[in-house]
Design a protein around this ligand. Structure first.
Ligand SMILES: [Zn+2]
Length: 75
């Protein structure tokens, strides 16, 4: 099993979710809109390390976004 990259969730003022993926190799952060994130599609850091999000990582990101929105009382 390859390691799942660490990631954070950012919501902009329009509540669009951005996933901020931290590279496990160099620590560089890559931002990606959650909406256009395809589980399992290959993504690479600028250093060449694999920072692809697995199905479960994407599911976790979506759950976190739901929790954040809920805490803003948007749902
Ligand atoms: Zn990197």
């Amino acid at each position: 099993m390859k390691p799942t990259p660490q990631f954070d969730i950012d919501l902009d003022k329009h509540y669009n979710a951005t996933v901020v993926i931290a590279c496990t190799e160099c620590g560089h952060e890559t931002r990606h809109h959650l909406k256009s994130l395809q589980p399992g599609s290959p993504m690479r850091c600028k250093c060449g390390a694999d920072i692809s999000m697995t199905d479960s990582a994407v599911a976790l990101a979506q759950r976190r976004v739901a929790e954040i929105k809920q805490s803003y009382r948007l749902q």
